[in-house]
Write a protein that binds this ligand. Structure first.
Ligand code: ACO
Length: 319
């Protein structure tokens, strides 16, 4: 048994924060942000909006697109690094709002690669016959762990959620998955406090990143990961129809696309409008290109992500 995608959805908070507004908050410029990252604007959750709210709306859209009854979902996995609460986890909160009590519901905390990890886990459950119709979500409110006075990070991130419904099928679907992690790099990208390691007096948990060091490892790791996907699957030049990368930085995406030998017209880009939404970025990009008709049934897709941990992953999918 394999798993295939039968529906996708996404949700972006209403509030849009532009580079020009950021110019008034920190010492930066629209030109610097655009040239270095490709980002023009990002969406920011309202004060009363949480990660599970965004996840719920994305899930509702995916359920409607798949034209299924929510009750037929038999597992919920959410990739997130910004959960509403310590517990219950975001998947349980979404389950409650969908009114589908009973099925297993849990979250995966691998920062930007959270959705790829969640998708791979769901696929494994389908392959073993444990689940038939998982709901997989990537959702984040990165704005809650941003230090809005740190120009090196506050210009990069945004909020959002993307969702996918998988269904058991005799043909793949998800053809091949790759996951990896290297905790030795933890200091290059981290939110260095939380619950068990509490923030200092008067401090708040905030994301810190050594941007250009992360950049170098990200490019190197993604290049070797896509080499591995090509080799293991014996992919010929031009065989991948659409590259759906994590949307952290246009320059990282372009370097990986070059390694894949795939033209930029075949790369799904949302980084300009979404910024880096961590675990939400890949499912939102996927939904964007499915909804606007670029990705068609039968197309071969390569999804990838790299993020804090470091963690990374890729999925080769026949849509
Ligand atoms: N506006 C203006 N100048 C800035 C800004 C800003 N917002 N931020 C930094 N600068 C300055 C720096 O201070 C530095 O100045 P200096 O030369 O006087 O010292 C200069 O710009 C260059 O800084 P770099 O950090 O070398 O710039 P770089 O070209 O590397 O771009 C960036 C920075 C965009 C952060 C890039 O390194 C990057 O994208 N890194 C990878 C991010 C990533 O992929 N993260 C993983 C996923 S995130 C997750 O998992 C949660």
């Amino acid at each position: 048994m394999y798993s295939r995608i039968i529906g996708t959805g996404r949700y972006l908070p209403k509030r849009v924060l532009t580079n020009f507004e950021l110019e008034k908050m920190v010492d930066t410029s629209d030109e610097w942000i655009k040239t270095r990252t490709g980002i023009s604007e990002r969406h920011i959750a309202a004060d009363d909006e949480t990660t599970s709210d965004l996840a719920f709306h994305a899930a509702k859209q995916a359920i409607a697109t798949a034209e299924i009854a929510a009750e037929t979902i038999d597992m919920i996995i959410v990739g997130t690094t910004t959960p509403d609460l310590v517990f219950p986890n975001v998947a349980c909160l979404v389950q409650e709002r969908l009114g589908i009590a009973g099925c297993p519901a849990f979250s995966v905390e691998t920062a930007c690669s959270g959705f790829i990890y969640a998708l791979t886990i769901a696929d494994q459950f389908v392959r073993t016959g444990f689940a038939r119709r998982p709901l997989v979500i990537g959702a984040e409110t990165m704005s809650r762990i941003i230090d809005w006075t740190d120009r090196e990070t506050c210009v990069l991130f945004g909020d959002g959620a993307g969702a996918v419904i998988l269904d058991a099928a005799e043909q793949p679907g998800i053809i091949y998955s790759s996951l990896g992690a290297d905790g030795r790099y933890r200091k290059l990208l981290e939110a260095d406090s939380g619950i068990s390691k509490a923030p200092g007096q008067g401090e708040k948990t905030a994301l810190r990143m050594k941007g250009n060091e992360v950049f170098k490892v990200a490019v190197r790791t993604l290049e070797s990961m896509v080499d591995d996907v090509i080799e293991k699957n014996d992919l010929a030049q031009g065989e991948i129809d659409w590259f759906v990368p994590h949307q952290a930085n246009l320059r990282i995406i372009a370097a990986t696309a070059k390694r894949l030998n795939i033209p930029m017209e075949r790369v799904v880009l949302t980084v300009a409008e979404h910024g880096n939404t961590s675990a939400a970025s890949v499912p939102m990009a996927l939904d964007t290109a499915i909804r606007d008709g670029r990705i068609q049934r039968g197309d071969l897709l390569l999804l990838e992500a790299f993020g804090g941990g470091f963690t990374w992953g890729a999925s080769l999918i026949r849509y």
